[in-house]
Design a protein around this ligand. Structure first.
Ligand code: MV4
Length: 509
């Protein structure tokens, strides 16, 4: 096992990796930009080194700076986390040159499986189902029209260099093709500097379900079940859960084996995620592969009782997987909410600033992977995710109930958070039934602010009651040592918070 690991990241994932290091008896080395000097990941690390100004392109994205700290601190491995350099092959290449282990796949595997077009070609080669469509870019709108006629409308145009929905246009019929082609081409050029498009059969209301894969350096590949990631807002995941409410043992096996075949064909090693779209008839289609640890990895950890970050480190250190596919068991149900410093009553604009006070939900089945603390200032230079609230239960019903309870206990004052959004989602009948699809949240939010089945005044009464109940709960639990240190919190916290939520509630756009 490594002696010292550099964490080339920040925020909650850097805290997560530092914790895994601590548990393995490995020294954790943090890097931080000027605005992150007082961050939690710096506090928890054994050593910490400055890497420059706040802008990522001058700090967390600079391979030479990361490797410079790695050499200077005498690290024997680097963990990239997610985002930043996590899927940039330059980092594993630089690690090989520096004789430092990279906790992730090889640069070659990253390039082969991380590139959408190449990955779709491999998927076709190994027989993993892909959506009917073109594998290579289309050159003209006339060519697109021919292919669309063959496949049959509706179709969807996608950017070759794309992701996150940019340069993507669904096309209901032939008359809409030319304008959609024009819009998608220019959007792709603006977003990626590459206007090339490809075309697929459009799947109506698909789910986004992904398979967690692990592969060691001894030829062992396993899948660790799936994660339901359909609750997204504008292509950004908001809530995830494991297992998927629509999963069957047969479908899980088929998707897992397809994911492993793809990873094996790309000589993948370490942790990776294979994303699929699943239609209403439970047909699944390869979407893309993520050659990194994902934000939502905790829901898989909760139902498998495995620590994916420690497994990543063991694999990178050359250890064989400590279990076979047959030994992997899924137990219970886990749900994750991504907590952001953003204002749901102001179009989810980021809401950076000083966290005057925050409370940590605890109790049975609750996990909070957070990178914040009271007194810390949320910088506005980075993604405003504060952490992830995860609830595990023996079944989905219990996990939902625990998440609802934990969301009542969660608070942060001094900044706005999107916690109220989760209360609304949990209150939705569709979500309770697991009847979601990739555009469900966008549709749900554009349907307006009313809680399902409640008139406006009923909603405000329900919310007032919830706020008062939470205030009374905290006051009742204020004595004695508890996670809220309520005695140090001004009495008016809940009143302020609930009043602010009440007063500011504007109808959703
Ligand atoms: C699709 C689709 C329907 N049919 N492809 C791909 C990238 C992803 N961010 C959006 N993608 C989609 N591809 C076909 N052939 C619907 C979507 C889609 C979506 C997929 C996953 C998660 C969220 C989504 C939101 C809107 C559309």
């Amino acid at each position: 096992m490594f002696k010292k690991v550099l964490i080339a990241n920040r925020g909650e994932i850097a805290v997560r990796i530092a914790r895994a290091c601590r548990e393995l008896g490995v020294r954790a080395v943090a890097v931080y930009s000027d605005v992150d000097r007082a961050s939690l990941h710096v506090r928890l690390a054994d050593e910490a080194y400055p890497i420059g100004p706040a802008p990522s392109r001058e700090s967390y994205l600079v391979v030479e700076k990361i490797l410079g700290v790695g050499r200077y601190a005498g690290c024997d491995a680097i963990h990239p986390g997610y985002g930043f350099l996590a899927e940039n092959p330059a980092l594993p290449r630089a690690c090989v040159d520096a004789g430092i282990a990279f906790i992730g796949p090889s640069a070659a595997a990253m390039e082969q499986l991380g590139a959408k077009t190449a990955a779709r070609q491999i998927a076709r080669d190994v027989g993993a189902p892909t959506v009917p469509g073109t594998l290579s870019p289309i050159n003209t709108v006339d060519e697109a029209r021919e292919i669309a006629r063959e496949i049959g409308f509706p179709v969807i145009l996608k950017a070759v260099a794309g992701g996150g929905g940019k340069g993507m246009r669904s096309v209901a019929g032939e008359n809409q093709l030319a304008p959609a082609w024009r819009d998608a081409t220019s959007e792709a050029l603006n977003a990626f500097g590459d206007s090339r498009l490809y075309l697929e059969k459009y799947l109506e209301r698909p789910r986004h379900i992904e398979i967690q894969v692990l592969a060691d350096h001894h030829g062992h590949f396993v899948y660790l079940g799936e994660r339901e990631c359909s609750v997204q807002r504008r292509h950004q995941k908001v809530m995830e859960e494991a297992p998927s409410p629509i999963m069957t043992a047969e479908l899980r096996k088929a998707m897992g084996e397809a994911a492993v075949k793809l990873a094996r064909a790309g000589t993948y090693t370490n942790a990776g995620t294979v994303e699929f779209l699943v239609d209403a008839q439970r047909n699944f289609y390869f979407l893309e592969m993520n050659t990194r640890l994902q934000v939502e990895h905790p829901v898989t950890e909760m139902v498998t009782s495995l620590d994916l970050v420690k497994l990543q480190m063991r694999i990178a250190a050359g250890e064989p997987l400590p279990f076979s596919q047959e030994e992997i068991e899924l137990r219970g149900h886990a749900i994750e909410c991504r907590i952001y410093a953003e204002d749901p009553d102001n179009n989810f604009f980021p809401s950076p600033g000083k966290i005057v006070d925050c409370g940590v939900p605890t109790g049975p089945g609750i996990r909070l992977d957070a990178g914040i603390y009271a007194g810390w200032t949320v910088p506005n230079e980075y993604d405003p995710m504060l952490g992830k609230l995860i609830a595990w239960g023996g079944d989905r019903k219990e996990a939902l109930a625990r998440m609802g309870r934990a969301l009542q206990e969660y608070y942060a004052s001094g900044i706005k958070t999107n916690v109220s959004l989760f209360r609304r989602i949990l209150a939705s009948g569709d979500f309770q039934k697991g009847a979601v699809y990739t555009r469900w949240l966008d549709d749900f939010l554009s349907a307006g602010p009313a809680l399902e089945g409640l008139e406006d005044e009923e909603e405000s009464r329900a919310e007032q009651a919830a706020a008062i109940a939470a205030f009374l709960w905290h006051r009742r639990h204020a004595d004695g040592a508890n996670a809220f240190e309520a005695s140090t919190i001004p009495e008016s916290r809940w009143k302020t918070e609930s009043r602010r939520e009440q007063v500011n509630r504007e109808p959703q756009p």
